[in-house]
Every structure is written in C-alpha cells, then in structure tokens.
Design a protein around this ligand. Structure first.
Ligand code: GLN
Ligand code: ZN
Length: 750
C-alpha cells in the first residue's frame, strides 16, 4: 500500500490535450470531451490499484485551482453571466466578454495555474457537483477514493484580490469553503480528503494573511472540517513546512503529509508528530523528477523517520502530486535501454511506492523480492556507468578560471560604442521570427529522414535570408537570423550536447492543453562541436549590419530540463556554463560581435524559502558569468529575461553584468523600469516596447509615446528599443508592420 497526492491528467498519449483542442475548435461536442475525460479518469485510477486509495478530483479539464474557484463561484465580474463549461473555459482562455484570468507558475514547478480573482462583492457559494460525480464514478468502479482538494489557505494565498478588503473576502470564502465540505461529508460516512496547503512551505506567510490570525484560523478551519466527519489529511510539498506542522499537531486532523526530499528539514518536526496522534504521510518518493528510486536508501530514510514516529503511523507516499511527471515509460523508444532503465515516470513511481511499502513492513513475497533485486541492479548500473561520469569534464570544471569579463562595464562599453557606432536608441529584436508551417515541416521532414541534409540546409538558409533582407530593408540596427533551425530554445542546445537524452512521449502538462517534453540530463555535459556558428556566420555574411549570435544560457537550460539527481544542480549548471562559454568563444572567433545569452528561466529556479535564495543566486549568477566571461571586452553580451517583475531580483540582475539586457515590460508602460533607475543600474536596457503575446499591431503614435515614457526613466544612452520577447509565435503579417512601426517611431523620437 502507499499513497500519492495526484496523478498526471493529460493521458498516456495526451488524449486530454487532443480532446480539449478539438472541442475548442468546434470539431467535437461537450459530450465527446466529457467521455474522453471520464475514460481517462478510469484509466488513471486503474494505475493506482495497488495504493491505499485512488485520488479523485486531482483530474481537471484545465486546472485544479480553477476548478476550486469555479466550485466556490469565485468568478470575475466579466464572466459572471457565463456558466457551465463556457464560463469555466472563459476564465482559463478568455472570451468575448473579456480577457482570461492570469496564469502563473505553481510554486517552483513548470505547471501553471489560473489565478483566481477575488472581490468583496463576489457571491461565493459551494457547488459540489463535479467532485460528487468524480467520487461516485470511482466508487462505482469499486475503488476507495481519496479526494484531493486545494486547501482554503493556499487557494486564498494564490488568488488575486481585485476589489475590497482581503480580510472580509477571506471570511466570505471560508463560509463557502466550509459549505463545500459540508456537501462532501454527505458523499460518504468515511470520506477522506487530502488538503494541499503548499502555501505554507514559504513559512506562515504573515504578509499574505495580513489582518487574519492565521494560526487560529488554521486550527479553526481544520478542526471544523475534522469534526464534520471528514478524514482529514493536510499536505505540503516542495519544501519543509515546520511552522505549519507545529500548528497542525494541535489540531483534530487525522494526518499530515510532508515532503522529506525537497523539505529535508521536515525531519525536525518528527518529534512533535510522534507525540501527537497524527498519521504521517511520508513523502519519500520523488514526485517531480524522473529517476528510478534507490529503494535501499529510501528504506534507510524510512527507518530514520520510523525511529521517531511509530511505524504503524507512517504511510509511504510520493513527495508531491505526480502531475509533474510523464505518464509511463511504456513505448518509449527513443532513449537507449540502459539510460531508460534508470528512469521512472508516474506509473513506475507507483510501483516503487508499493514495493517500498511492502519491504518496509517486511511483507516481501517473491514478486517484491524480484522488484527489489532489479531495483538494486539498476541503481548499481547507474552508479557505475561510464555514461554519467567523464573525468575530463569534471577536471575542466574544477580548474576553469575565466569567471569574469576582463574589463569592467564602463570600459567595455566605451570600446563597444567606438567599434559599433550604433545610433542613439538602437533597435533590435529578441531572436526568433515567425515559425511558419513550412519551416516546421522542413525540420520535421529532416528529422524523419524524408529530407536530406542539403535540402534541409537550403530551406533554413532561404528562411534566414528572408529574415535578414527584411530586417535590413526596414533599417533595424542589430539583426538576428530568426532561429528557424530551433524547435525549442533548450531542446536545440540539449540535442547537441553530450549527457542529454530526449524522449518520444514523456510529456508533462504545462498549462491547460499545453504540454512540454523536457530534455533529460543524465550525465556529464560537454559540447562536442560548435552549435550555432554555421548559421550565424551565414546570416552575418548576408549583411553589413551587426548580426547577433543567439544562445540559451546555462541556468535556463538547467531549469527547463529534468536534471540528474546524482550530482548537484550547481555542478550540472557549471558544466553547462562551459559549453556556452566555448560557443561564445567560437562565435567571436568567427567574427560575431554581439551575442545574446537568453536566461528566460533564471527566475524560475528561485527557491521557495527565503533562507535558500542566497545560495541559488550565488551559483546561478556565477554560472551565467562564467558562460560569458570569455567574451572579449569589445564583444557585446546581451541577455534576455521574460519577466516584468524585477524588484526582488534586481541586485542579481545588476550583478550579471550583461552589457545589454532586454526585458518584458511592455504591458506596464515605464512603471517597472523604475526599479532599474532606483538601484542606479548602469548597463544598457531594452525594455520591450510592445507586447508580442497579443496579435495586435502597435501604432507608430503609441510606440512614440511608449519610447518617450521610457526616456523619462532612463537616459537615451542607456536604452535599446525592441519587442518584449521572441516573435516565433506570431505571424509575419503581424511582425512586419509592428517592426516597421518600431523603426519609424524610433526615427521620430531620434
Ligand atoms: N531568443 C529566444 C526567442 O526569441 C528567446 C525566447 C524567450 O525569451 N523565451 O525566441
Ligand atoms: Zn522572452
């Protein structure tokens, strides 16, 4: 037996994605969609047969935070008159009535939830119908269900208050939430609910709950729920939650779920749990990384937990919902056998949990014994494999000492200005140009072997040529090649580095119907040969203007991959940094004078606990700096980050010391730029002047106004003018006039 907090929803072959997109495209009916969803739930429960319970309500047509908002009737004003699936998808994806709710990252994962908008004028009321339907479905199939529900505090903490007093909103929400619970109690006399309260892995969050006596509210809410007859488990994950545990042990709940992998300090709570009567759902199997568990070491961890908390009160559990994992290894044919044997996706994790539980309780039959033996062998093969360890790479990382540019910015920029002689307010773009269906077909055809190398290269070159000619013709100052050879900014580099593998079907939900297939870093990373030089030098050969080389930074490659767990993230990142450094050196030797190193995911790696931030910042910063330090003073290094909020990380951004940084501030006028001024930021900045995420074409007048607003914050010597992100998701019909207008607006302002 054992427990998980949730199972991936999209299906083994992304059935949910396909059903959703067909429904949204009016190619199928609501009934069709619901029948696919029902099938998936049944399949996913079948996967959980060996566990104590099957999870219900972990499934969602789009997002489980949105589900709860909907179940509480927490709808924004603009969608109040919509109901059913129309209202639900309106909040997720927008509607004629208004724009979608924002979406943001679920803690430090790459899953995005829909941010509920709360207002004091809302009329919260509970609607249990969906949860009831799921519950009864599972019962009818003979399963013992456990309801997964986002806790009230986490729901409130992740929402955005758009009107009225947050304390009053919390009170109203609490009433509706408890109404929902009252309905849930009616489902079953022994109903079990696992409440996710990850908000408390950041501490007790006094700022979020300002004006609310959060400790007594936690007790009050969870006591009320427990007293109503719900078997109550409260879980956290991704970090420790010692402060919450101190409160929960005094409550009437039945169980506490803790993550002992990403929240090692939860061990410090074991004593008070032992002294209480709580069941401990011990998260010892990694719910968010893909490596096969080392069962021997897991058993040791359980023994150490069990030396404090009585064994009969410990339930072997995953560290978090398996939502963040691919479905299963079945049918995976792209990864070579030995490496594949080191991997474990959602289905395989469940098998591990069951086996560990049996081993822990001394219930080892021949089947379990075989499983344990195999597990031992796999871990041994991984540990001793020559595939994961490369002495030369380790030694090079150890001894590499070019960790900072040779001259300070003030002197570099003088040399660069002399060399480039850019006009005031230089214009550029972020790298990619529209990914047309022809370009996608070309890449796919080449990958499948339907198109030979010469034909492929001819096609890519033709696209690059079009891009360069267009940029030249409209008068942009620093050009790009357009990235037609890249399917994805991380995958493209990963595919050319050693130590990476790519799956054929290991999809993970990113949001709604969007799935990603993160690269897998299994071994030491090295760059066998130049990755971008040919394309960039070809592009440069087509123009007298400066061609910007385009790379993805080490921190972003790390943060968007599944990373090996037998080496620290810092060490993996250091290896990646040297690959990028080598590429920069090759580019500058080939005559490329401006190079952009994208760090779109730099911020995503930030730890959840304030106490761990310093450490991350220090190594992530040093890896970025190492990756660009090889650049000669007159090679201009650009970086790009896809955020608008820089307040909390501005000091680190400053320390990156890129010559130019382009950022995503288009949607907020010049407000967000002010922090750069406040800290006395001296390097150059390109604060996106239009939002590429919308198909709208910005007019010359509005761009002029936008540029003038920027000039009120930073001096002209410091500013670049560019869109706020890459253009690959846009159409040429949108990109062409938009860029023409940018160049015209800059002309007028100049
Ligand atoms: N250079 C990349 C592009 O233009 C950057 C993408 C990103 O910031 N996410 O597509
Ligand atoms: Zn971006």
């Amino acid at each position: 037996m054992g427990s998980i907090l949730g199972f991936p929803r999209v299906g083994q072959n992304r059935e949910l994605k396909k059903a959703l997109e067909s429904f949204w495209g009016n190619k199928s009916t609501q009934n069709d969609l619901e029948s696919v969803a029902k099938d998936l739930r049944a399949k996913h429960w079948a996967e959980q047969k060996g566990l104590d319970y099957v999870c219900v309500n972990d499934f969602s047509l789009y997002d489980n935070v949105l589900d709860l908002a909907y179940a509480l009737n927490a709808k924004p004003e603009r969608f109040k008159n919509l109901s059913g699936l129309e209202g639900y998808f309106a909040m997720a994806r927008g509607h004629n009535n208004g724009v979608a709710c924002e979406m943001t990252k679920w803690f430090n994962t790459n899953y995005h939830y829909v941010v509920p908008e709360l207002s004091e004028s809302d009329d919260y009321k509970a609607d249990v119908s969906l949860i009831r339907a799921y519950y009864n479905e599972a019962k009818a199939l003979g399963y013992t269900p456990k309801i997964s529900l986002i806790g009230l505090f986490t729901f409130f903490g992740l929402s955005k208050v758009v009107g009225g007093n947050p304390v009053n909103i919390f009170k109203k929400l609490k009433v509706a939430y408890l109404e929902l619970i009252a309905e849930i109690v009616k489902l079953d006399s022994k109903v079990v609910v696992e409440f996710s309260e990850p908000i408390f892995v950041r501490g007790i969050c006094k700022e979020i709950f300002e004006g609310i006596d959060v400790e007594s509210e936690i007790l009050n809410v969870y006591n009320t729920i427990s007293e109503s007859g719900v078997q109550t488990i409260v879980s956290t994950f991704f970090e420790h939650s010692k402060e919450l545990t101190e409160i929960l042990v005094k409550s009437k709940i039945a169980g506490i779920g803790l993550d002992f992998l990403y929240g090692e300090r939860n061990k410090e709570s074991l004593q008070i749990i032992a002294e209480s009567d709580k069941i401990l759902y011990a998260g010892v199997i990694d719910g968010r990384n893909i490596w096969v568990a080392d069962i021997e070491s897991k058993l040791k961890l359980l023994e150490s937990i069990g030396s404090v908390v009585p064994k009969d009160r410990i339930v072997v559990s995953a560290s978090c919902s398996l939502l963040h994992l691919p479905f299963s290894k079945e049918g995976e044919n792209k990864i070579e056998g030995e490496i594949l044997s080191w991997l474990s996706f959602a289905r395989e994790k469940i098998a591990e949990i069951c086996a560990i539980d049996k081993a822990y309780r001394g219930q080892v039959d021949s089947q379990v014994e075989e499983f344990l033996e195999q597990n031992k062998a796999v871990n041994l093969s991984r540990k001793n494999s020559t595939k994961t360890y490369n002495k030369a790479i380790r030694e090079r990382v150890e001894s590499y000492n070019i960790k900072d540019r040779s001259l300070p910015f003030k002197e570099r920029i003088k040399l660069q200005k002399e060399a480039f002689n850019f006009p005031v307010l230089p214009t550029t773009t972020i790298g990619s140009f529209p990914q047309t269906s022809e370009i996608r077909a070309l890449r796919l055809g080449y990958k499948k072997g339907e198109i030979n190398k010469a034909e492929y290269e001819k096609g890519i070159q033709a696209y690059i040529k079009d891009c360069v000619e267009f940029q030249d013709s409209i008068g942009l100052d620093v050009l790009v090649h357009g990235e037609p050879e890249r399917n994805d900014m991380v995958e493209y580099f990963g595919e050319q580095l050693s130590g990476f593998v790519f799956s054929s079907n290991a999809w993970v939900q990113s949001y709604g119907s969007r799935c990603v297939k993160p690269p897998i870093i299994y071994g030491d990373v090295e760059r066998p040969k130049a990755m971008t030089v040919e394309w960039i030098t070809y592009a440069q050969s087509l123009t007298k203007k400066i061609m910007k080389g385009m790379l993805t930074g080490p921190v972003t490659i790390l943060n968007w991959s599944f990373v090996r767990d037998d080496l620290s993230r810092q060490e993996v990142c250091e290896q990646l940094a040297l690959c990028i450094a080598d590429e920069i050196d090759d580019l500058q030797k080939a005559g490329i004078k401006v190079i952009q190193v994208d760090e779109a995911a730099f911020k995503e790696g930030y730890p959840l606990r304030a106490e761990n931030i310093k450490d991350y910042e220090s190594w992530a910063l040093s890896c970025f700096k190492t990756s660009v330090a090889i650049a000669e003073p007159k090679t201009q290094i650009h970086t790009h980050m896809c955020y608008s909020e820089f307040n909390d990380i501005i000091k680190t951004i400053e320390a990156l010391d890129a010559d130019v940084i382009s950022i995503e501030t288009a949607r907020s006028g010049n407000e967000l730029l002010k922090v750069f001024k406040e800290v006395g930021y001296t390097n150059e900045v390109g604060p996106g002047v239009y939002d590429i995420h919308s198909p709208r074409i910005p007019s010359v007048e509005e761009l002029v106004a936008q540029i003038k607003a920027l000039l009120e914050v930073l001096p002209k010597e410091q500013l670049w003018i560019n869109p706020d992100c890459g253009l690959k998701t846009r159409k040429w019909e949108e990109v062409k006039p938009s860029l023409i207008n940018i160049v015209e607006a800059v002309k007028q302002v100049r």
